[in-house]
Design a binder for this molecule. Sequence first.
Ligand SMILES: [Zn+2]
Length: 363
Amino acid sequence: MYAPPPGEQTGPLRRPTPWRRRPTTGRTRLRHGEGFREHLRLGRKGLAIGIDIGGTKVAAGVVDAEGRILNEARRSTPGTDPRAVEQVIVELVEELGRGHRIWSVGIGAAGWMDLDGGTVLFSPHLAWRNEPLRENLQHLLRRPVLLANDADAAAWAEWRFGAGQGEDRMVCITLGTGIGGAMVMDGRVERGRFGVAGEFGHQIIMPGGHRCECGNRGCWEQYASGNALGREARILARANSPVAQDLLAAVGGNTDIITGAIVTDLALAGDAASRELIDEVGEWLGLGLANLAAALDPGLFVIGGGLCSAGDLLVEPARKAFSRNLTGRGFRPAAGIQLAALGPNAGLIGAADLSRVSSRVRA
Ligand SMILES: [Zn+2]
């Protein structure tokens, strides 16, 4: 009797097996969060340009679908006039676009963007207030443009190509002059109801503490940022303590020019006082992360920004303080704390990739 080969059996009781994207059991079990990446594998694999607008410089790069930078260019930030900034963006896209087919342009800047990435609500360094930047730029560039908060862009890049791969509930903390925060949850950047989530640096961690630019006292970024490190080092050096001799020697006795970066370099070179200062910042960092874990329960914290060059000198005390202060410790799985993997280009890589993904969704 004829027996059809396996896979070809037909009959009234057999329905075709429904198509599934990926098997979820057996040896090919999905890593946590892998399912949320599916949509990113579909569609265009084209190139995008990412532009990171900082307070002093504008960095741009051509980025491929794997997060690699193929070509880079830089300019200094041309003051705060929105038209001048637009002009620089146009120049950079024209310069980098030569010889490449560019699908879209993503722009990362400090500040708040509206939820659909079209309007800058507020940007501290650029005097943009309710600026419909995307519309202007799409007109000038004749390509889809996406605006993103710089911390969101960096977090997206770390999730896609860096330290956050394989984790679908990730919080990214950027330690620079202040603290930037962003979340990638279930395959998308979580930005809250009005697009302004992630201001973790202004959680009040020490009531009545140091005054913050935001107007409050005791914000986290007054204790766990590069600026905080510089301030504490200056106080120590001015006290003329014998432990601060290396610090004083490094700046020729001029305590005014001590910055977090100088302290970090000294600590890496082995200076005990600088290591203590970083240790303290690490403890404040861990305490704030424990607060965030109580609220958000992420699987991973990724720590980026300039202060990260301190490496384990910063992260080890943070891990200890985190474990000491985590609510329900001992009875819950705890989030990992890892250094960011992509360095200072994370912002432009993320802005480019977000624009590529979202231009496909809109198309
Ligand atoms: Zn504040």
